[in-house]
Design a protein around this ligand. Structure first.
Ligand SMILES: Cc1cc2nc3c(=O)[nH]c(=O)nc-3n(C[C@H](O)[C@H](O)[C@H](O)COP(=O)(O)OP(=O)(O)OC[C@H]3O[C@@H](n4cnc5c(N)ncnc54)[C@H](O)[C@@H]3O)c2cc1C
Length: 386
């Protein structure tokens, strides 16, 4: 085979979407994955991912979130599959906390339909949510949930149909930039390419090799809780809910202060609950314990305070990974010292953006200027020493 224009290492969320965007443009792209996505060894499994546009992490994300929503709908039309369902999304926290104020700033700046609610109003509307008095909430009416694994499979199918050469169960071991090309070594062969995208998720820290690495893999314990009989916790009744708890509400669970809960989705699934910050670092290639004591404690304290209807319900725990950056924003673009090698790390909140990230990375990999302000994600923003 002649050398592809681009090699993509990792065919999960970012890699699948980028292969599709490149192949649609007629770029010769070859992708490798250590496993066969969708799978449960990385960051894209677990049935559901929330998608919202009143983005509490910053208004700079909103244009990308708006585009991503449109592109998920396009993928639904192209494939005939249901990928995105609306659910509503509640952001709950102190009025002056980063979550609620970030939500409101994005909603107002981009006219995204929303409602502000007091704790009592939330409790009246959804008695399942025991919002402590003093907290407030922002409801984004049209936010939704993506069928996680189905989205990855759809992106990969469309990428193959558009001409991408995708090889699964073939791990990229290392890469080296030469004078005229980049040499990529997998566990089955050696390949040459003009540009390389490192899209290995929680294994990007390892794949960066000797390059500068500000990333860390984090372990997320995902609790699947059997809801009590009735409809209170199912999709269509309960919106997705994200909680930022002040220290006094979360202290008994250590310093875990951010949690989220996705309603039972799809039909018949359990309710999904996980912590979103203060996550332990881990090696994603080492066996992971099913659930650790501090994770159980944090979950139990959260449920008791905020979702008492789920306390002592049967549950099981699975593990997923975040690829954390020091500031919680994406790390995206050419490596500071290797302009032909690009990287993308999503800090635990990037699934919803996959189609637009594919377009952005495809543009960068083919010397075009993406249509978005990417300065906040710049790969040179961290100090090598720091
Ligand atoms: C529990 C949990 C809940 C989340 N909830 C949400 C949410 O509600 N909304 C949202 O937007 N985001 C959410 N996220 C974040 C989102 O899922 C991730 O940001 C996103 O999936 C990361 O995509 P990725 O492409 O970096 O990683 P992945 O999708 O994991 O893809 C990386 C791929 O690289 C492959 N790979 C690894 N090493 C190699 C190698 N050496 N060679 C070749 N291939 C390799 C892996 O097998 C994998 O397929 C959640 C994450 C978790 C863990």
């Amino acid at each position: 085979m002649t050398a592809p224009d681009v090699i993509v290492a990792g065919l999960g969320t970012v890699g699948a979407a980028t292969c599709l965007a490149l192949a649609r443009q007629g770029v010769a792209v070859q992708g490798f994955d250590a496993f066969a996505p969708p799978h449960s060894n990385g960051s894209h499994h677990g049935l559901s991912r929330s998608i919202r546009r009143a983005y509490l992490e910053g208004t700079v994300y909103v244009p990308m979130a708006l585009r991503a929503w449109e592109q998920w709908r396009r993928l639904e039309r192209d494939t005939g599959l249901e990928l995105l369902v609306t659910s509503g999304n509640l952001t709950i926290g102190p009025a002056d906390g980063t979550a609620v104020s970030g939500f409101l700033a994005s909603a107002r700046a981009h006219d995204i339909p929303h409602t502000c609610l007091t704790a009592a109003e939330v409790r009246r509307r959804w008695p399942q949510l025991a919002v402590p008095s003093g907290l407030v909430a922002g409801l984004e009416h049209e936010a939704g949930i993506l069928h996680a694994e189905r989205c990855i499979a759809a992106l990969l199918d469309r990428a193959r149909q558009a001409g991408a050469a995708l090889q699964v169960n073939e791990r990229v071991r290392h890469w080296r930039v030469g004078r005229h090309s980049i040499r990529v070594t997998t566990d089955r062969g050696v390949y040459q390419t003009g540009r390389l995208l490192l899209a290995a998720g929680a294994r990007n820290p390892r794949l960066l090799g000797h390059a500068f690495n500000p990333l860390s893999a984090r372990r997320v314990a995902v609790h699947w809780i059997d809801p009590p009989p009735g409809d209170d916790f199912r999709h269509g009744v309960l919106p997705v809910n994200f909680w930022q708890l002040p220290p006094d509400e979360g202290h008994a669970g250590g310093d875990c202060r951010e949690f989220y809960c996705l309603p039972a989705f799809p039909r018949g699934a359990r309710v999904k609950v996980a912590a979103h910050n203060h996550l332990p670092t881990c090696d994603p290639d080492s066996p992971q314990p099913a659930v650790m004591e501090h994770e159980k404690t944090a979950r139990n304290v959260f449920l008791k305070t905020c979702l008492p209807g789920l306390v002592r319900r049967p549950s099981r725990t699975t593990v997923c990974f975040y690829t954390q950056t020091p500031d919680g924003d994406f790390w995206l673009g050419p490596l500071p010292e290797q302009p032909d090698v690009l990287v993308c790390a999503l800090a635990g909140h990037g699934f919803k953006f996959a189609p637009v990230l594919g377009e952005v990375l495809a543009a960068l990999l083919t010397d075009r200027t993406p249509a978005y302000d990417l300065s906040r994600f710049a790969t040179n923003r961290f100090d090598r020493e720091g």
